[in-house]
Design a protein. Structure first.
Length: 619
């Protein structure tokens, strides 16, 4: 089902279906899409959400007149491309229930259903958007088991019992649908209730039966074939799900429209929106200009309030009570403007976030996602810039306020003035120390970042030299050229990768001509000796051995010829040497000849002689 995901030509049904969905979206025009994924498993007749943080929570099945049978509180994640939806499935697979049996070390102990919901919106001839919803259920059924073969005990035996029970109910449902019975036992199992639409309902269903090639599993394979043969006789009645009431895409569109209307109504009181007429006479508003005008208008209002505040502070003909009342009123107006700015920023951010989850057809998914992320980053930078300007304005106002207070200060004595100046000096000293500390921190961070970059650069150069050495010395030139032609830079993952082979992933490999209906190629001799009468053993390479031995088709190995001279030299060198004989005579010393009593084993006195063969040498 999954295959090898890293190699596009060997990937399975599941990753191919992911790629097919988003490729179809990129080829469509003037349509909006919303793709979300859910993942659940049925373990011992209990439903568990594989994408939930709490894996001990059990979910309940509910039936709604409009929605049909659904799982309550089942989490779903919105995805925008194939890597995101593959990440969702990988996360769910980590939480699946598996166990070891005598037949499979990593046996799945539950039924798993991966649900992909695709919603699309298109403007109809009536000028209104029409929404269609489709679901793709990828169901992984656990295999039927026999306790005698699997050797399951304890929890494994209980799991096998529930698996066989749900598969038995599924078989009863299939039989009832094929026979046309008035009652179909969907409610006997949670698996059949969830697959009610897939079995005789509003869907197109494909069942893949997995068989064991060995004769050891002959009975199970035959049962599976009967199972699949009954299932293929079911007649479904698919129809288009148009304008459903519970479409999430409709809720997204309505929420985006509501936020835009609210954002537009907020700006109508303070400025006139820029609108121009097209050639056909229709008025069109400039959203970007409107947003800029709103920012300018709010900034002007803040500047006016600040100017009024300075005017009130410098007035001499009003008492303190009136001054405080006016300042309090200006402060409230200022807070109202800041609150309105925050609301506008939050609404703009929410609109961009919701629009980024919608996929527009007619564009490449990766490109469209990158454009949305770039727009979102740009808006965030604009919001950060506005906040930075607000902080600068606040600092300027605070600085001017301090200057005004300094100018209006009066002292009753020199001692009071000295103490005040001393306090200001201490305050400035503390500020200076903070700035010095901050400066040192920045220098230290810069130094550490530079050292990390230098170390990373040295490591990259080291790896580059190693790869260059391997390529130049161990990879043939023709292979190197083929690799260089296939290599390309992947901007999404910021790395180099190899292009796909010329053979497409959806092209099925052609059967070898020598196979002739078999699973694999075979020699003429093997084809001639294969049992042709019994079809059961046709694909198991069982050969027919006659009583008489067949004629020999091989020969013994003969080594290379060696020159006679070399062969004689080798044989002479390999001969065993003869025994070494010792003859003991008188032993000569420096002072003279001295006779010693010889060993009785030697048989007398004499010199030591070493002889080989008939020739002896005196030493």
């Amino acid at each position: 089902m999954e295959g090898i995901r890293s190699q596009p030509e060997l990937r399975g049904i599941i990753p191919s279906s992911f790629a097919h969905i988003f490729d179809s979206i990129s080829r469509s025009t003037s349509r909006q899409f919303l793709v979300r994924a859910s993942y659940l498993e049925i373990y011992n007749e209990s439903i568990r959400d594989l994408l939930s943080r709490d894996q001990n929570k059990r979910l309940q099945l509910q039936e709604h007149p409009k929605e049909g049978v659904h799982v309550h509180d089942l989490s779903s994640f919105i995805t925008k491309n194939s890597p995101e939806i593959e990440h969702v499935m990988t996360t769910g697979n980590l939480n699946r229930s598996t166990g070891a049996t005598n037949m499979n070390e990593h046996s799945s102990r539950s039924h798993a259903i991966f649900v992909i919901t695709v919603e699309s919106s298109e403007i109809g001839v009536d000028g209104k958007p029409h929404i269609r919803v489709g679901k793709l259920n990828l169901v992984d059924l656990a295999g039927s088991e026999r306790q005698a073969k699997t050797g399951s005990t304890g929890d494994r035996f209980k799991e096998a019992t529930n698996i066989n029970l749900s598969l038995s109910v599924l078989g009863n449902v299939i039989s009832a649908l094929v026979d046309g019975n008035s009652h179909v036992p969907y409610r006997d199992s949670k698996l059949t209730r969830l697959l009610q639409n897939s079995l005789g309902g509003n869907s197109k269903t494909i069942m893949i039966a997995t068989l064991g090639p060995a004769n050891y599993n002959y009975e199970e394979s035959l049962t599976t074939l009967r199972y699949a043969n009954r299932a293929k006789n079911i007649k479904n009645q698919p129809r288009i799900n148009e304008d459903p009431k519970d479409a999430l895409l409709r809720k997204f569109q309505e929420e985006i429209a509501r936020l835009k209307d609210r954002l537009e109504n907020k700006g109508k009181g303070g400025r006139k929106s820029r609108r121009h007429k097209n050639r056909d006479g229709t008025e069109v508003g400039d959203d970007a200009s409107d947003q800029d005008d709103e920012e300018l208008f709010l900034k002007e209002q803040q500047d006016k309030l600040n100017e009024e505040k300075r005017t009130i502070m410098h007035k001499k003909n009003i008492n303190e009570t009136e001054r405080e009342a006016l300042l309090r009123q200006l402060e409230e107006q200022k807070k109202a403007i800041e609150h309105e700015q925050d609301d506008r920023r939050k609404m703009q951010h929410k609109i961009l976030e919701m629009e980024s989850k919608l996929i527009t057809g007619g564009k490449d998914i990766i490109t469209h996602t990158s454009e949305q992320e770039q727009t979102l980053r740009q808006k965030r930078r604009q919001i950060a810039e506005v906040e930075r300007r607000n902080r600068e304005v606040q600092q300027q106002l605070q600085q001017r306020e301090e200057e005004r207070q300094t100018m209006n200060e009066t002292y009753t004595s020199i001692k009071e003035e000295i103490e005040d100046k001393r306090a200001k000096r201490d305050k400035l000293s503390k500020s200076l120390k903070k700035l010095d500390t901050k400066k040192q921190d920045i220098i230290e961070k810069h130094r550490s970042a530079r050292e990390e970059l230098e170390a990373e650069q040295r490591e990259i150069q080291k790896q580059s030299k190693l790869f260059q050495l391997i390529i130049e010395n161990f990879i043939p030139v023709d292979e190197r050229e083929r690799l260089l032609k296939r290599i390309q830079f992947d901007e999404q993952h910021n790395c180099w990768a190899l292009k796909e082979l010329s053979k497409q992933a959806d092209q099925m490999a052609s059967r070898p001509l020598s196979a002739n209906g078999d699973r694999r190629s075979a020699s003429l001799y093997a084809q001639g000796t294969t049992i042709p009468e019994i079809a059961r053993f046709k694909d198991e390479n069982v050969i027919l051995l006659q009583l008489d031995f067949p004629s020999r088709t091989t020969r013994d190995y003969e080594g290379p010829m060696v020159s006679p001279m070399i062969q004689a030299a080798i044989e002479n060198a390999m001969k065993d040497e003869e025994h070494i004989e010792l003859d003991a005579n008188t032993i000569m010393s420096k002072k003279g000849t001295k006779k010693k009593k010889s060993n009785p084993n030697n048989g007398g006195y004499g010199d030591i002689q070493i002889g080989r063969g008939m020739n002896s040498a005196r030493r």
